[in-house]
Structures are given as C-alpha cells and as structure tokens.
Design a protein around this ligand. Structure first.
Ligand code: WT7
Length: 660
C-alpha cells in the first residue's frame, strides 16, 4: 500500500498543544533527546536504570544484557520476576485496589466494571484452578477466547503460575488452531462456548472440538470452557471442564511463581514468508519493561485516564496494550467484545462518549471504514457525539494514509489531540518508532522517530547505512529488552528470518522498507519487503494462502499477491491454475466461491482472497519461477509496461487480467 509519493510530499506538521506538553511524561524534544543521549552514552546502564525503576523484582538482576550467544540475547537474566504480580498485586499495594481496572462492554452494550482487587481475585482463582488441573510452570496453554475479562484473566493466570500462553485469534479456523496446539505442545486449551460479535453468536468450543478431532494434539489434557452464551455445546467427559467449575472454591490467594526474567511469557503465532506460521517467543522481564515504558512514553498514561485500545487479545497489540501494559501501570481501560459497526458504525464514538475515554488506540483500516460510514450516514458522523474527553489518539498495524490521518485528527481529535502513529511488530513486543505525544512534531503518514533506546536505521541489501532521503531496508542495530527471543521449536528459522548473515548476523531485520526525511530524519514505513501482506492490519503470508489453496484437490498451482485497497490497505488476490480446464463465466464464479470458503476453513475467514483469477498457467521465467511482480501489476488492473523478455509464456497475461 506504500504510496511513497504522497508521503514524500507531505509537509503538514502538527505540534503538540502547549497544555499537553506541560503535563507530559516526556515533555518537549529536550526531554526526548536527553533520554536518547542517555541510551547512547551507556546503553546497558540506561536499560538497567529503567528496569529497576519501573518493575518490581523478586530478585534484582545484576547482569543487564548477555550478548554471548547472539542473536539469542538475554536481558536481566539473573533477575526473578512475575508479570502478573507486577500487573495486579502491585496495584493492591499502591492504592489502586478499588480503582476500576477494566470497563468491559459486551456486544449488546452491557457494562461491567472490575476493580484491581476483583481482577486480582479472579486471576488467583483462575490460576489455582489451572494448577488443580496439573498445569505448571513451563507448560503451554492455548487461549482461544473472545474479548472478555476472562480472556485477559486467562493470560494473567498463566503468567501467574509461569505457564506460557499462546493466544489464538478467535477468527482462526480449526486447522490453524490444531497446528498451533501441536506446535506449542499445549496441555490445555481455554476457550468459550461461543463468542458474540455484531449481534451474532459464533462458535468457539465446537471449533476446538474439530481441531482436536483432526488428531495429533497428543499433549492436550483439558479444554476449559468459559460460558459466554449458554447455548448447547458438545461435551467430552473427563476432557472438557466448565471454567466456573474449575475456579469454584479456589483460594483468593495464589502465590506468584517467580520466574527468571528470560522465562517465556508467551508464544504468539504470526505469518512469515514461508507457509508455516512462526511461534514468536517473548520473555517476561524485558517484555514487561517495554510494555510499561511505552504506556508511559507513547501513551503518556496518567492516573485519571480512561484508556481504550480496540485490538483483540489474539494479536500482539491486545497482549501488550490490553492484557499487560495498561494493568502494569494501574490504568483504567475499556475492553470491548464487539465490532465497530454494530449496532451501527457510530459504536466507537458512542462508547468514547459514554465512557469518557481519554486515550483511543485503533487501526487505520477501522478509521478508513468509519470515514466511509460517516460519509454515507450523517446520523453516525462523529460530530453527533461528544468526543471532548479525548486527549490522545493512536494508530497501529499498517501505514496510515495522510488523508485518513487528517480526518482522524479533525473529526475525532477536534484538532487538539496528538496522534501517535506507532510502528512495531509482533516480534518487537512494543512500539519501536512513534511520536511521543508531548514532544514530537507529528507529520501525517509518518511514524516519525525511534523511541529512546531503539536503534532503528535504514540500510541497503548489504547492510550499509543509507543517507536520509534514500529508501531502504529497516533494521534495528542493537538488541532491546522486549525483542523476540526465538521462534518456538525453530531457532534456525529465527536466525535466518531476523538476523540474516547478509547483514552480518547482528542487526534485526524488521521485514519492512522505510525512508527517512532528508531534513527531519522522520521515518516513513513503505511496506513489507518480504512475501507478507497486511490486510486490515492483519498479517498474512502469501505462501500460507498459496499452501492452503494447493491443498484443495482441484488446484494445481496458485500464486497470491497483494493489491492496494482503499479500506483494508491491501487485499488478497489469488491467481489459480486448476487441474481441470480453465473455468469461465458462472463456473468460474462458483469455483472461486468454493476456493474462498476452502481458505476460510484452512486458515480463517481473514485469509479469504478477495479476488480469484484463473489461468491455464502462471507467468513464469524459463527456469520456472513465478513472476510475481507481473501478477502484482495485473492485480492492480494496470497494463504491463515492464520488461517481460524473461517471461516464457507472455500469452498467459491476457487470461489473468480479469477477476471472477
Ligand atoms: C507489520 C507488523 C504492530 C502491531 C500490530 C501488527 C506493519 C505496523 C505500522 C505503522 C506502518 C505498520 C508493518 C509491520 N505496521 N504498524 N504504524 N505504520 N506499518 O503487528 O501483525 O506483527 O505486523 O505491520 O508492516 O512489519 P504484526
């Protein structure tokens, strides 16, 4: 979706309001520069100071960073900590016990408030319940839950007993779930009977049943089911347990399991450039440190804020900026079960108004679809709502185009709220490049400058630094505390994907292209440089979708590319060769639908190709390599003006021009 031209020409600049600067945690560019200078002067000292000041350690660390087995870096390794203790118990001790931790709003707008004391109790019950099932430190637990207090509590309960969770987004299919349960070697799955979204009940437990029935989940002992909707579900005696039974009669106290700082807090699967998703493994101490610091620096969180991150706990944003960060800083946050368009597309604005949200963090794709909706229907236009409680807006997941940025700034922020366009990834654990709201001059479409301590840079294919104004490959030159530790079960892939030898094996390769402004040094992300698509802020591997397609018995070959899309940023376009003659007309439409449904079953509805085109073949070089760059041009509906002299079968291009 990278529209470098508009980014380059962007010269509107927005300074943070004076009032904001005055009260900000990082107040003014001098404060930002001072933190950067401190990190540069004494990198380890900088992180050690912050880790001591911002976290409660059971056993203090004496060693900050261990680089001896790079790129398997270790942070604070001889320190002992518990993440759940830092998110809950700490708040009972510092006067937040009766403060609201979570304002939960269900799909049908029922509001439940949970204080820190209540959440602590809930998590202790949950943690003791898991222990009673035999779940122990180091075990893996898969969480396949709707947005709920119970979902957050499940993650916290795992953290409390030292079990490593792996949350699987509720939109993933049985097959995807099964693969993750097997790869993680999970001993338990925590799920719900149903999830309720947009007025509809969508099954979760039956998908878990289906996943287990596919076989291979040999490590799995129990399925714990939270009763959300109360409708009938299938039950396997001895394996399946209701959450309310598991937590009944459990003690209000669960001593936290103190773990080494490097103990794996969670594994979160994400798409890469091969067919198999990667289990991104995060540590405990370093991860939590960055969650806390970015809550303070990027979100400028204050005791009276009503903070709302609209992400799902199934993604990294929902981990760092719902399940952990806000709790670790004692914030009050909104957790929302539903979707932005139900009962109408004014839902977000209605909720901001009713709950008097002060900080609002969402994805460009949501903003773009709500712009469209507001244009189409005056009644749900944000001007109909009182959004004056807002003081800070955030954006995450994909590049935000300058026009969407401007709309967000004017219509939601009333030209008084800074916007933090936060660039980061599942692998980075937290924000990497982002304005600090009380310091940085914001430029629409640019994520501006690296956070203090983050050594982001732009290099060429051989790892050499590029000057500002020249686009290149985004890297991070030094390890940072919340970075990915390894890929679960696949350390070699970890090295190859993120610390490739071509770049010297020591710099972290983000997988994105970027360019820095000649004068300001501001970063603009130009999009993925690998075979990864970003659809509505969801990361999808083209190979993953291709593997799903060719797994269908009627498909001979498939190639998937991204196509720029006004609302979703990118959309999925699949070029398919069948084992039978190329279909046309109604037959092609019917087969396209069949294949879309097939992909939804193989991966999940989010991976459904928007377009499917059939050919007798795919454009290939003489050596048989698929020429994806040509497919990208065709997907856009543009004429091919590029050099096609290496193309063996030029006639195929005409066939692939039209979508079904
Ligand atoms: C990829 C990471 C970050 C949490 C949610 C997505 C893209 C993310 C931005 C941004 C431009 C962005 C990148 C990145 N991305 N934020 N502010 N501006 N691009 O996490 O699923 O791991 O995806 O999302 O391409 O590599 P993820």
């Amino acid at each position: 979706m990278a529209d470098i031209q508009t980014f380059k020409q962007e010269n509107r600049v927005f300074a943070p309001p004076a009032e904001f600067v005055k009260n900000a945690t990082v107040s003014g560019m001098d404060a930002y520069n001072a933190l950067c200078a401190e990190a540069e002067r004494d990198y380890e000292g900088f992180w050690a100071r912050l880790a001591r000041e911002n976290l409660q350690w059971k056993k203090p660390f004496s060693k900050t960073l261990n680089e001896s087995n790079a790129p398997f870096y270790k942070w604070f390794e001889d320190g002992q900590i518990n993440v759940s203790y830092n998110c809950l118990d700490v708040n009972l001790e510092n006067g937040n016990a009766d403060k609201t931790a979570v304002i939960f709003e269900s799909d049908d707008a029922k509001v439940t408030r949970v204080t820190y004391r209540e959440l602590h109790k809930k998590v202790c019950h949950f943690a003791n319940g898991l222990k009673s099932l035999g779940v122990k430190k180091g075990d893996r637990v898969v969480i396949y839950m709707p947005m709920s207090v119970e979902g957050v509590a499940a993650m916290q309960a795992c953290a409390r007993i030292g079990a490593t969770h792996s949350v699987v987004f509720g939109g993933f299919s049985a097959k995807s779930l099964q693969e993750r349960v097997i790869d993680a070697g999970a001993v338990a799955v925590i799920t719900a009977d149903y999830q309720v979204r947009g007025g509809k009940q969508l099954p979760l437990k039956s998908i878990v049943d289906e996943a287990i029935a596919m076989g291979g989940c040999d490590t799995l002992k129990n399925v714990v089911v939270y009763k959300r909707a109360g409708a009938d579900i299938n039950w396997v005696e001895g394996r399946d347990l209701w959450l309310h039974d598991v937590v009944a009669n459990q003690s209000d106290i669960c001593e936290p399991e103190w773990v080494d700082a490097e103990h794996p807090l969670f594994i979160l699967y994400t798409s890469g450039s091969t067919g198999k998703p990667k289990g991104v493994q995060h540590a405990s101490g370093g991860y939590l440190l960055w969650a806390v610091l970015t809550m303070k620096w990027t979100f400028d969180i204050k005791p009276n804020d009503i903070y709302w991150c609209t992400a799902d706990i199934g993604w990294i944003t929902g981990h760092t900026y719902i399940a952990y960060g806000p709790l670790a800083v004692g914030a009050t946050q909104i957790v929302f079960e539903g979707v932005p368009t139900y009962p109408n597309a004014g839902r977000f604005w209605d909720m901001v108004q009713r709950h008097k949200a002060t900080i609002f963090y969402t994805a460009p794709t949501a903003i773009r679809s709500l712009i469209k909706a507001a244009d189409a229907d005056e009644k749900i236009h944000p001007k109909q709502y009182d959004l004056s409680s807002l003081r800070l807006l955030g954006s995450v997941g994909e590049p935000i185009n300058p026009e969407a940025w401007m709309w967000y700034y004017k219509n939601i922020g009333n030209e008084k709220c800074p916007i933090v366009d936060t660039f980061w990834q599942t692998e980075t654990g937290g924000h990497m490049i982002s304005p600090l709201p009380g310091a940085t001059l914001q430029v629409p479409g640019s994520c501006t400058l690296p956070l203090p301590g983050i050594t982001a840079a732009i290099v060429d294919e051989t790892g050499n630094d590029l000057p500002n104004g020249t686009g290149g490959i985004l890297v991070v030159k030094r390890p940072w505390p919340s970075m990915i530790r390894t890929i679960w079960n696949d350390p070699e892939r970890f090295k190859k994907s993120y610390f490739p030898e071509e770049f010297g094996g020591k710099v972290y390769l983000a997988g994105d292209g970027a360019i820095r402004n000649k004068d300001t040094g501001n970063f603009t992300i130009t999009g993925r440089i690998d075979d990864v698509l970003n659809v509505s802020g969801h990361r999808m591997g083209t190979m993953e979708i291709e593997s799903a397609l060719v797994a269908n018995p009627i498909v001979a070959e498939a190639a998937v590319v991204g196509k720029p899309d006004e609302t979703t940023g990118e959309s999925i376009c699949a070029f398919v060769v069948l084992k039978r003659p190329r279909p046309t007309g109604d037959e092609a439409k019917a087969i396209a639908k069949e294949l879309r449904d097939w992909v939804a079953k193989e991966i999940g509805p989010i991976a459904k190709p928007k377009e499917i085109r059939f050919g007798d073949n795919l454009p290939k070089t003489r050596s048989g390599k698929i020429m994806r760059r040509l497919l990208r041009v065709l997907a856009k509906g543009e004429d091919i003006t590029q050099d096609i002299s290496t193309l063996e079968n030029p006639a195929i291009l005409d066939q692939l021009k039209e979508a079904q």
